[in-house]
Ligand binder design. Structure first.
Ligand code: NAD
Length: 473
């Protein structure tokens, strides 16, 4: 059996297919990956990093071809796809540059004793990834997991399995499995899987966490967000800033975990904001075939998504939201949705209170800072947020009041990303971190070898009799 992936811009065109991995194959694949992990982790770190450096170079040199495939299977504009592949190559290089600081042993030898701290790989990592940025979200797991000495079983989304499968072939010690929820459950439950790294939605996250809990296997969960973008009353945006802001919500047709999903503007500046925002959207948004260079917004991922998003917008309109169309899709049978802004629907409208994951953003108005802090934080999710102000210090102070794993100042979404900034959510947006040294540490556990000074010839340090005395009393 094979999984076929159609081009969401032209659903009759099959871009490619991948073989389904039978659930019954998981045991053999996990045993094989576990067996190989011993040899891979025994290689000196510089040798493992050389393999990753070569993969980064190949990824960069194949970027055009891979980006063309990614655009056709995911519907993302070709420039975004090139950006994603290039960023994945850069991330691999970043891992290689920082791995020694995290994965090397630490030796301490002083009056308190001799201590060696050894970061040990988990063995086999099960990585489960979504379709919306399949290459970077897989490489974020593969890079550090492999550098640390783990082998990886990677299960990408059936909605964009092709490019990531080609990328995985460039990387050592990586086996790709294709299938759905049942396959993931078998993988996560396998006793030889040492850790699970998941990026995706709430429902899959819960069922993966439950299976991992049952198996006592640790997990990293990078889940969804409903990011607020808060404009303080002194916000000062240029025309370019407005364009960046529009893309913060509409890049990848709004299907980005950290898209700006709720815009909060002071009531007395709402008209001014709306005029400039609509003008910027009309300048910058062009919906169409993602392989055309001047297209900035492609289709959404499938027919179900088109219907789900248009139902959210219809519902918001029925509750009093005013729908402002920013750009229209080209029609035809592609999975296109219009880009819309919905003005002031009530806060309990699902378009506002849930992750809409589509090209439809609510514009909400507020009167006081305390009010907007409460409304921005009134969500079970806490992935990202942004604050926009002419006064950077004020923005940083305000950011501290927002419940988010990361808060951007005067930008939002990909333009705010930094390889050195840990990325991940609080509240129900998940736990664990990617990027930065924290992201590298997810793939090792520190083990300790300790000779306490007090028991060494001539040793000193801790009060010699403290513990035995306590035991005898
Ligand atoms: P999804 O949860 O439907 O799928 C993600 C992966 O999980 C896929 O490989 C899928 O096959 C698998 N899966 C689906 N249902 C499963 C189940 N019941 N049990 C086990 N595995 C299952 O997500 P998606 O639609 O591919 O991606 C969109 C979601 O991902 C959004 O909520 C988005 O915010 C989130 N996301 C989060 C981040 C982040 O870094 N926090 C990044 C990108 C996307």
């Amino acid at each position: 059996m094979r999984i076929q992936r159609e081009n969401p811009a032209r659903p009759r065109e099959i871009v490619g297919s991948v073989p389904v991995t039978p659930v019954t194959a998981v045991d053999e694949l996990a045993r094989a990956a576990h067996g190989r992990a011993r040899g891979w982790s025994a290689l000196p770190l510089p040798q493992r990093l050389n393999r990753l450096r070569s993969a980064a170079a190949e990824l960069a040199s194949d970027a055009d071809e891979l980006a063309a495939l990614l655009a056709r299977e995911s519907g993302k504009p070709i420039a975004d796809c090139r950006g994603e592949i290039g960023f994945a190559a850069r991330y691999l290089e970043w891992v290689c540059a920082h791995a020694a600081a995290v994965y090397g042993p630490t030796e301490i030898d002083d009056a308190e004793g001799r201590l060696t701290l050894t970061p040990r790989p988990y063995g086999v990592i099960a990585a489960v990834t979504p379709w919306n940025a399949p290459v970077i979200l897989s490489v974020l797991k593969l890079g550090p997991a492999l550098a640390a000495g783990n082998t990886v079983l990677l299960k990408p989304s059936p909605l964009a399995p092709l490019t990531v499968t080609a990328v995985a072939e460039l990387l050592p010690e990586t086996t790709v499995l294709h299938g759905g929820a049942e396959l993931v459950q078998a993988l996560v439950a396998h006793p030889l899987v040492g850790k699970v790294a998941f990026t995706g939605g709430d429902a899959a996250g819960r069922s993966i966490a439950a299976a991992a809990g049952q198996a006592l296997t640790p997990v990293v969960l990078e889940l969804g967000g409903n990011d607020p973008a808060v404009f303080l009353d002194d916000f000062a945006l240029t025309a370019d800033d407005y364009e960046r802001l529009v893309l913060a919500s509409f890049a990848t047709s709004g299907q980005v975990c950290m898209a700006a999903k709720r815009l909060y503007v002071p009531q007395h500046r709402a008209e001014e904001f709306l005029d400039a925002y609509v003008a910027a959207a009309q300048r910058i948004l062009r919906i169409g075939d993602p392989c055309e260079d001047d297209v900035t917004m492609g289709p959404v991922v499938n027919r179900v998504a088109v219907e789900r998003i248009s139902a959210l917008v219809r519902d918001a309109a029925a509750r009093g939201g005013e729908v402002v169309t920013l750009a229209r899709g080209p029609g035809g049978d592609g999975y296109f949705a219009d880009a819309v802004l919905v003005r002031t629907p009530p806060d309990d409208t699902p378009l506002v209170s849930t992750e809409q994951f589509g090209p439809s953003v609510p514009l909400l108005t507020y009167r006081t800072e305390d009010e907007v802090v409460f409304r921005a934080n009134d969500s079970v999710l806490g992935l990202g947020a942004s604050v926009w102000s002419a006064d950077e210090d004020r923005a940083f102070r305000f950011a501290a009041r927002l419940e988010a794993g990361f808060t951007f100042v005067n930008t939002h979404n990909r333009t705010g990303m930094s390889l050195r900034a840990p990325f991940g959510g609080i509240k129900r947006s998940g736990f664990g971190r990617e990027y930065a040294e924290e992201g590298l540490r997810e793939y090792v556990q520190t083990t300790v070898t300790h000779a306490p000074g007090v028991f060494r010839p001539g040793g000193a340090g801790l009060p010699a009799r403290a513990y035995p005395a306590a035991q005898s009393s």
